[in-house]
Design a protein around this ligand. Structure first.
Ligand code: E4P
Length: 219
């Protein structure tokens, strides 16, 4: 499973990249606004730090022509730009037309909450699809169940669109995504940190260090 970080904070991206586990970045308007930086500056900084990894950047237009225009502009910012397009009728049409025109724009159909939306994203030839599992949980439904069905449908028909499990809230979401065989999980920084921490690792290390001192081990 590929690991993307779901953030627009440069320091978080650099830290996870330097740990050697980063495969890509996803942003959205909310995440960029939280940085307090001008939108374009924040995006260009990210693209520069991870030039060899896909970075999803979201359009704000809602009509097909506007989405296509923004998508083409965003794609010019870097070869690693993936344009995030909402799963609306206009958005799906924009993805279809960008592909038909061979515009060379990689797309990520976002705000996906159902298997049928994911099916349509694959049909129009999206590069990625982003089911939001946490937000489905928020409305008292089971986000992982939705994701599982999407994985099943994609496997049944051999769709090439890659699934990005998004809106991840905790480590158990990540574990279950990995067990489902999802292509990618886009994970917030705080959850990535929790993935390698374990109280037994910390307790075990404390004990080993104490015993090493007692035994006079020094290398
Ligand atoms: C996905 O690409 C989105 O940026 C993100 O995962 C949304 O998550 P949220 O529900 O925590 O806002």
């Amino acid at each position: 499973m590929k690991i993307f970080i779901d953030t627009a904070v440069l320091e978080e991206i650099k830290e996870v990249r330097d740990l050697g586990i980063l495969d890509g970045v996803t942003t959205n308007p909310t995440l960029v606004s939280k940085t307090g930086k001008p939108w374009k500056e924040a995006i260009l900084e990210i693209l520069k730090e991870v030039p060899d990894k896909p970075v999803s950047v979201e359009v704000v237009a809602t009509d097909t022509e506007g989405i296509k225009r923004e998508a083409k502009e965003l794609a010019k910012l870097g070869a690693n730009v993936v344009v995030k397009i909402p799963c609306t009728e206009e958005g799906l049409r924009a993805v279809f037309e960008l592909n038909a025109e061979r515009a060379g724009v990689k797309t990520n159909v976002t705000l996906v909450f159902s298997p049928l939306q994911a099916l349509l994203a694959a049909k129009v030839g999206a590069t990625y699809v982003s089911p939001f599992i946490g937000r489905v949980d928020d409305i008292s439904y089971d986000g992982l169940m939705v994701l599982e069905e999407i994985v099943e449908i994609y496997n049944l028909y051999g769709f090439e669109t890659e699934i990005i499990a998004a809106s991840i809230r905790h480590v158990d979401h990540v574990r279950r995504c990995a067990a489902l065989g999802v292509d990618i999980a886009t994970i917030p920084y705080k959850v990535i940190k929790q993935m390698y921490r374990h109280p037994l690792t910390e307790r075990g290390l404390d004990l080993f260090l104490k015993d090493a001192k007692q035994a006079g081990i020094s290398i």
